[in-house]
Write a protein that binds this ligand. Structure first.
Ligand code: HEC
Length: 408
């Protein structure tokens, strides 16, 4: 019992740290992107300064100047921005391990998707993240890296492949989380292995009085452009576990790549705006179209009941009186959900019902009908890993019940 309580709090604490560090990372990166794009030239700037910006914040005025190569005398106390990124990755990895590796059979695996054991699932998770970086980094360093647009296009196809791969090996929840995790790993690895080391070479060249090779700056810029476009999708994937329509619908593999396109269309608007103050409204039209397609895809459900086999069950359900239908749904939920979602759950390791969600009696079911419908009929998010062997006909019964008796 005490371990469960400690583990709960550990998870909460790590999640708290993770969100705080992520805010710091993304916040500083948005800040610098906007600053960099908005720098203005004028003739009074000191030698070596390529642009400046005036800002007002917190009761004071700031005059920021950018030396594109370096100031004549490099100051001793340079502030580096890197721990925001590293600590986000470290806390995120720790959280992945606690939630998805610790709870692999509930969260990571879906035996209806791929019948793998905990060890295999964790191995695939770690291996794919590592290989993802190796493949991406090799592509960037190869001659392909000289053509930025082609590289971005290939990166998109790589993410498309990963969407297919993860959704065919992990539960939908874990697949989306891994798309976020691998993307965020590329971003942090870009900072750790490329951007910061290149900047360090430039700094040491300058200190030694050598002229730094401009290629280091160009490479760092390319990686930071990738990071810029990947930021918003990462946040989408990290939040998606709260929304089963995103991760647990049948076409989740097709939704994921569109999320990456959303990242590009939204960032393009802001990048252009910060650079030129031009408002490209058409990018929002594209954004809304992509979002509408995502919504459409999430609502697609192929009829998984083979009619000839289920014709008797279906006839029976269609002919039930409302009270009997209510009883039927209550029976299904008691058999498939209540071991976890009761006031005192029987499931090992749960002191409280997960997310405080309780469907124990008919009143609970009526009150939370919509959640039950979304989690177990429209999507197959619940039961996790279909651990209580919910059948398609039962999901259909819930759908029929909700659509015919609960929607007013
Ligand atoms: C093995 C235990 C288990 C079973 C069985 C189970 N759930 Fe869950 N349920 C969970 C866990 C764990 C979570 C928390 C998931 C998370 O962290 O987002 C959850 C969360 C939920 C939520 C809340 C989601 C949110 O984000 O607020 C709903 C609604 C839900 N389950 C419905 C159901 C329904 C309906 C069934 C039966 C068809 C069911 N569950 C069966 C373990 C279970």
């Amino acid at each position: 019992m005490i371990e469960i309580i400690l583990l709960e709090w550990l998870e909460f604490a790590v999640r708290w740290v993770h969100i705080i560090t992520a805010i710091a990372w993304i916040g500083s990166s948005f800040y610098f992107i906007a600053l960099d794009l908005g720098l203005k030239k004028n003739s009074n700037l000191p030698y070596g300064v390529t642009g400046e910006e005036w800002q007002v914040h917190g009761g004071g005025f700031y005059n920021i100047q950018k030396y594109s190569i370096a100031p004549p005398n490099l100051p001793q106390d340079l502030i580096w921005f890197k721990w925001e990124s590293y600590s986000t990755w470290l806390s995120g990895f720790f959280l992945l391990a606690i939630v998805y590796y610790g709870g692999a059979d509930l969260y990571l695996i879906d035996t209806e998707i791929a019948d793998i054991n905990n060890f295999q699932a964790i191995f695939i998770s770690l291996g794919s993240i590592l290989f993802g970086w190796i493949i991406y980094n090799t592509a960037c360093k190869s001659p392909l890296g000289n053509n930025s647009n082609l590289l971005l296009l290939l990166l998109f196809f790589f993410l498309l492949f990963l969407s297919w791969f993860y959704t065919s090996i992990f539960s939908g929840r874990a697949a989306f989380l891994h798309l976020g995790a691998i993307t965020a790993t590329l971003m942090t690895a870009n900072v750790f292995f490329i951007i910061i080391p290149n900047q360090k070479i430039v700094v040491s060249d300058l200190k030694a009085g050598r002229k730094p090779d401009p290629k280091f700056g160009i490479i760092a810029k390319q990686r930071s452009t990738h990071n810029n476009y990947l930021t918003l999708p990462v946040i989408f994937f990290m939040l998606s576990s709260h929304y089963p329509l995103a991760f647990a619908s049948e076409l989740n593999w097709a939704i994921a790549p569109l999320v990456f396109l959303l990242g590009v269309s939204i960032r393009h608007y802001f990048n252009t705006y910060h650079a030129t103050k031009k408002k490209l409204y058409w990018t929002w039209i594209i954004t809304f179209i992509i979002f509408a397609v995502i919504i459409g895809l999430s609502s697609y459900k192929k009829n998984s009941l083979s009619l000839s086999e289920n014709v008797i069950d279906l006839e029976r359900i269609y002919n039930l009186e409302i009270t009997d239908l209510n009883n039927e749904v209550h029976d299904i939920i008691s058999a498939r959900c209540t071991m976890c979602h009761a006031r005192e759950p029987l499931w090992d390791g749960f002191l409280h019902p997960p997310k405080g969600f309780v469907v124990e009696n008919k009143e609970d079911i009526k009150r939370y009908a919509r959640q039950v419908y979304v989690q177990s009929a429209v999507s197959k998010a619940m039961p996790p890993n279909n651990i209580s062997y919910m059948e398609d006909i039962e999901r259909f019964t819930i759908q029929y019940w909700y659509e015919n008796t609960q929607i007013k």
